[in-house]
Design a protein around this ligand. Sequence first.
Ligand code: FAD
Length: 501
Amino acid sequence: AEGARVPALVIGSGYGGAVAALRLTRAGVDTHIVEMGRAWDTPGPDGKVFSGILSPDKRSTWLSDTTDQPVSNFMGFGINKKIDRYVGVLESEKFAGIKVYQGRGVGGGSLVNGGMAVTPKRDFFEQILPTIDADQMYSTYFPRANSTLGVNHIDEAWFESTPWYQFSRVGRKTAHRSGFATTFVPNVYDFEHMKREAAGTAQASALGAEVIYGNNAGKRSLDKTYLALAAATGRLTVTTLHRVTAVEPAATGGGYQVTMEQINEQGGVIATKSVTADRVFFAAGSVGTSKLLVTMKAQGKLPNLSSQVGEEWGNNGNIMFGRANHMWDSTGSKQSTIPAMGIDNWADPTASVFAEIAPLPAGLETYVSLYLAITNNPERARFRYNTATGKVDLDWRATQNQLGIDMTKRVFDKINKKEGTIYRTDLFGVYKTWGDHLTYHPLGGCVLGRATDDHGRLHEYPGLYVMDGALVPGNVGVNPFVTITALAERNMEAIIAADLG
Ligand code: FAD
């Protein structure tokens, strides 16, 4: 309520926010999460909470008049459709040189993502965050993150025999034929549930073309794991459809004044409120946290923030693309939406690529192998407050993707040559091979040990912390949520011991 005082306020309910909430509530601290999206716990008129990929409705997309599918075109046709403006679950946030996809609602990115739960390669983790004790991360915090997230492994015998993973097996076969290694990828989607879907004894979700607009069953999203555990303490309050717009030192009594806008389901502002919090945890995601902090510094509300705030943003080297297979290498009209395998060429410095073999669940045979390549692209961008527009710009340029494309080509040109196949040029527009205008993996903007101290404290302002993907400097070599979760586990443990003890 307006004017209230709370001990701990968490901005955002994705991975960083969910870890902060669980560890604070378990430490006996009453914790308040403010989330700009809705709670995805109530079915719509069709009896379902989320809409599927093949028939998206207003629930699919955050405050937009059309869907904005990552694979936007097929054989010359645009596949986006008109929808009602609504606080839908997936946002494609547009900056001048890149579009950043993010989840919106209680659970953040966990509501929309592919669930791939990958622990980064240790030598690369040590390279990007050299001041962190890697022994501790790999012995304590990565295992803690994996177990609390509910990470599980696919039954390999089932994988080899089910039609639902034919697309993965074709991707693997063509990779192996060119000498590239593949690896199974763990996931938070319950693979036993998926087997029951295939057998017709459980509600189809991964096998029912659901993922980027939410899964109606099977997925262990954060609302089912970390956030449910935090709620079970009785110390968690979650306020939805409220967007934090400002954080500044409180005029009296210490702590911070947090200003927020309450929005309706069409995004209209219906109230502005402020509360005071002793501690504020920024967990609005790489983009959300960076935008807030850069704005607070520029507007003089938090003027002493480090000059490193807003720096070192990267797209995790994301390049999406497709290959056209021959008719005898059909990828199947049945495709699980949950990726289970990656091509791992990371160790090759000239073509450092970890490529997820991605599904393209179209409900019909497409012969397409779709990939999301994570490349070792060291390019970075920065967030800057634009006084003319009052908004925050991100200065990433399309040309910064070239290194990632070059590495991707070194792997997939070889596969195409061996197979006598070509890239699809129709998936991202007309004659556009590389889906490099979008990322699923925003990272950085408030990097650990540089914009913050070594545990995410904004040390110029005691009681302010960063706890999400903004801490990770630009690329981590694998899908990022396990890293974000484990870092938050590590940082929260130290913060609770030292600052709240
Ligand atoms: P987020 O999860 O983005 O959470 C931030 C939350 O803060 C959101 O709920 C947002 O609504 C809220 N928020 C933002 N601003 C405000 C504000 N001002 N006030 C109040 N609330 C606010 N990663 C993997 O590891 N594996 C995958 O398979 C994978 N697949 C993906 C597929 C898709 C389609 C997408 C979009 C992402 C995928 N990712 C995947 C990436 C992963 O989801 C993100 O890295 C992760 O969610 C980031 O966690 P976070 O805690 O930094 O922030």
